[in-house]
Design a protein around this ligand. Structure first.
Ligand SMILES: [Mg+2]
Length: 249
């Protein structure tokens, strides 16, 4: 938890939908982290809430996640707006960020799946890569990292993305801050201050990007962060977003 005593918990200002562009991570930001990736509990009205929020911001809202786009679409059913998945390498509602899928993708995915199976770990299939989760066996983390690093030496065009109790192989050269830079070129984002919300180390570059472009970053939960603001839980995020909608109304 963020230590309240040290004073580094700075709540965000009230959301002003008329002035900001909203970029939202998914896991750990809109929904609580679950024991397995497919076990997340999504609030029933989230699609509707995001749709209203997007309208209030004149379309300047996007989901930016490490998840595959197809999973985001499933979880956020009812929301038809912009989405960037796979850490920035696939997108909905804008031009595809990636020109060509790296050669060897299927072989690398098979290797990760086999490694996970052999070591009693969970394999997560990704559109452009794959992840091995060690939440059930934390002691297996270092070996999993070494295995993934070895994959990047044998398959070119990939990088290892550390996440919460997981390591993921993903196309090299994509990132959430890169996604924000691309999204911001869309006309509906012009003249708006970027606000990014995220919980993970993968969100840090995007939090800093928002702050470097006259906006602000909101770190969700505990852990070191360069974000200017904090919220404790996804529940707090949803309450903050809803409060912004009420201001608009
Ligand atoms: Mg997250």
């Amino acid at each position: 938890m963020v230590d309240m005593d040290t004073g580094d918990f700075t709540p965000p200002p009230r959301l002003d939908c008329a002035k900001v562009a909203i970029f939202l991570d998914f896991d750990g930001t809109l929904v609580d982290i679950a024991p397995t990736p497919d076990a997340v509990k999504v609030p029933a009205d989230i699609g509707d809430m995001l749709t209203r929020l997007e309208a209030a911001c004149n379309g300047a809202l996007a989901i930016v996640s490490g998840r595959s786009l197809s999973e985001l679409e499933q979880f956020l059913d009812g929301f038809d707006g912009l989405m960037v998945g796979s850490h920035g390498s696939e997108a909905r509602g804008m031009a595809p960020p990636m020109d060509a899928i790296p050669a060897g993708l299927a072989d690398a995915q098979s290797e990760i799946r086999a490694y996970a199976d052999d070591n009693g770990l969970l394999y997560e299939h990704k559109t452009h890569g794959g992840a091995v989760h060690f939440r059930t066996r934390p002691e297996a983390g270092p070996a999993a990292r070494a295995f993934m690093d070895d994959l990047t030496r044998r398959y070119t065009g990939f990088a290892v993305q550390p996440a919460k109790m997981a390591f993921e192989l993903r196309p090299d050269g994509f990132s959430k801050d890169g996604a924000l830079a691309l999204l911001s070129q869309l006309p509906q984002f012009a003249g708006r201050a970027p606000v990014y919300l995220g919980d993970d180390s993968t969100d840090e570059p995007a939090l800093l990007w928002a702050q470097a472009h006259d906006g602000y970053g909101i770190k969700i939960g505990d852990g070191a962060s360069g974000a200017s603001h904090h919220l404790d839980t996804p529940e707090d995020v949803l309450a903050w977003l809803r409060a912004g909608l009420e201001t608009k109304a």
